[in-house]
Design a protein around this ligand. Structure first.
Ligand SMILES: NC(=O)c1ccc[n+]([C@@H]2O[C@H](COP(=O)([O-])OP(=O)(O)OC[C@H]3O[C@@H](n4cnc5c(N)ncnc54)[C@H](OP(=O)(O)O)[C@@H]3O)[C@@H](O)[C@H]2O)c1
Length: 177
């Protein structure tokens, strides 16, 4: 199973946090939708999923309360066993095993920071898509590797692409060595 970590970073290199004072750029949201359509799934942290669901207007949700159509959505949670309309997994491995069993070959890791760091710490990331948003952030979250194993790990730049609205996309391959 190939995994793609998809994240927005700020121009000063933080893991971007969105909210009413810093809404996500429509170009980044469109890119996320395109990646999710291509993979047919996404894995998301419980906190980010609850924010996503609450941010969607009710008319756009289906009967199970999901605004995401027929995508296979896996919510990572240690606390919850089930949520309507999605599969709940208790660990990164369990999430990937579930999508494999459903026939997916690529999994999209959509955030937030805890979820991305859980996959990075377990060396379960094959590709990274960073969308750099034109904003500087005064607070900050970070993406981190397991410091007991890595001080640095090189990645291979595959592509750079402007998405419009000042957003630039960087795509990297991560080797599993
Ligand atoms: N920059 C971006 O691309 C991007 C994307 C998405 C979100 N965000 C930002 O990220 C922030 C939210 O991220 P967050 O770090 O607070 O939360 P999160 O990663 O969305 O969700 C955290 C929750 O996921 C579950 N979880 C995490 N690691 C786990 C593991 N190893 N095993 C099982 N469950 C696990 C836990 O759920 P339980 O508590 O239920 O056990 C944990 O509380 C917001 O500021 C949002 O704006 C940014």
């Amino acid at each position: 199973m190939k995994t793609i970590l998809w994240a927005t970073l700020t121009a000063n290199g933080n893991y971007a946090q969105s909210g009413h004072d810093n809404p996500p750029k429509k170009e980044a949201l469109g890119d996320f939708a395109a990646h999710a359509k291509a993979t047919g799934n996404f894995i998301v942290g419980r906190r980010t999923f609850e924010n996503m669901r609450n941010a969607s207007p009710a008319p756009e949700r289906d009967a199970a309360g999901s605004p995401f159509g027929d995508l296979d959505i896996v919510v990572l949670s240690k606390r919850l066993r089930e949520m309507p309309g999605v599969h709940v997994a208790a660990s990164p491995r369990e999430a990937l095993d579930y999508l494999s069993r459903k026939g997916h070959e690529t999994a999209l890791l959509s955030g937030g920071a805890d979820l991305h760091n859980a996959f990075l710490e377990e060396d379960l990331v094959d590709e990274i898509v960073f969308n750099i948003a034109p904003v500087l952030e005064g607070k900050g979250l970070n993406l981190l590797l397991d410091p007991n194993i890595y001080s640095y790990k090189g990645v291979r730049l595959l592509e750079t692409k402007p998405l419009g609205g000042g957003v630039v996309q960087l795509r990297y391959a991560v080797s599993q060595d």
